[in-house]
Design a protein around this ligand. Sequence first.
Ligand code: HEC
Ligand code: HEC
Length: 352
Amino acid sequence: MIALTTTSIAWLIFTVILGGWCVYAFLNIRQARDELGSEIEMAPNRKKYYEDEELEGPRLTRVLGIGVILLVVIVVALPLYWILEPARQAGAQDAKEEQFIEWGSRLFAPTAEGGFNCAGCHGGMSGGGGNATYNLTDPATGEVREVLWNAPAVNTIFYRFDEDEVRFILVYGRPFSPMSPWGVDGGGPMNDQQIDTLLAYMRSIQIDREGCGEGEEDVKTCPSGHLPSDIQGDIDTRAQQLMDENGWTYGEALYNLDLASGAYSCARCHTPGWSWGEPGVTGQGAFGWNLTGGKANSAFPIESDMIDFIKNGSQLGARYGIQGQGSGRMPGFGSMLTDEQIEAIVEYVRSL
Ligand code: HEC
Ligand code: HEC
């Protein structure tokens, strides 16, 4: 991109200068006349100057030599500069990105290493998913008890959310859970710069995608890529186990998928208590909305609209379904699950 604009500007300047010279040469040739008074042999106020032999001596050679050297500098060094500069700029950008990742990793690190302990809850520096102890207060009795709350993997976070949505999660947290707000706007300790570096670090730990489209070079975030097939295999294997153990359909098993990464299930957001191992009524709504009693179906009378919604997730301000307006908090599963898996889940959700 930078290379392109620099090159275009260079071409523009070159064309303008070339054009200018052509116009000048054209006018000059047409208008050239002998100097005024050149027909007079020697005016009285002129003295005779040096002879040609004297003028064309070593001094002239030296001056011309310097001229040639300067010309070479312009002819060689300027184009060279133009050729090398975009690469230098790109290199500088990469170096900054590297630095951001390094700074972000220090924030992500466990408390013992001076970080903010994202790693402690989210499954180490690779962010593969973990859990966190949390004190729940019973709203009715005021009784407090300790639970272990699932902390989903963040090494697939950009599969599910775009950058602004992840920024929102970091700044405001999930204030009802162990995930506290981290940004100053949410009442947390980190400034915008620190949130930026955390985002850079999390981008760097994303699982490499398979099936990136043409021109999509970044395997961490390429839009048309999907989970590696071995992980998709793990998902299927676990789903099969759940089906055998509980007599569930494929869709129900995927909805409740309990892989350690915690990142693939719907239940953790849509079934109350699921995140700490005490699931209430399936789909009755927690952080995500109530999907039971035909509610989700009346939002999406057409099944394929619901499938599209689950694939893309919600976008802040954008319409979904009949009268829904997204907040950007419902993740998109299009890169996480296969089309068949999503269709199975939707079939199950529509039966709730
Ligand atoms: C005390 C444990 C804890 C710490 C520390 C913590 N998190 Fe979390 N985080 C959680 C839990 C639990 C959730 C899931 C909350 C829920 O159920 O909605 C979560 C959710 C998230 C999510 C959303 C994931 C999703 O798919 O819904 C992101 C992103 C995230 N955390 C990033 C971070 C980062 C970055 C840090 C470090 C600044 C951090 N977390 C620190 C426990 C923690
Ligand atoms: C990180 C939490 C989270 C996860 C995981 C999640 N959802 Fe959601 N979901 C939401 C939120 C929040 C909304 C409300 C819409 C919004 O805020 O944009 C929502 C809305 C929905 C709706 C629309 C409901 C309505 O009546 O408007 C459906 C359907 C839905 N989710 C299905 C699913 C399915 C199926 C899965 C699993 C493949 C899933 N969700 C996983 C948070 C989540």
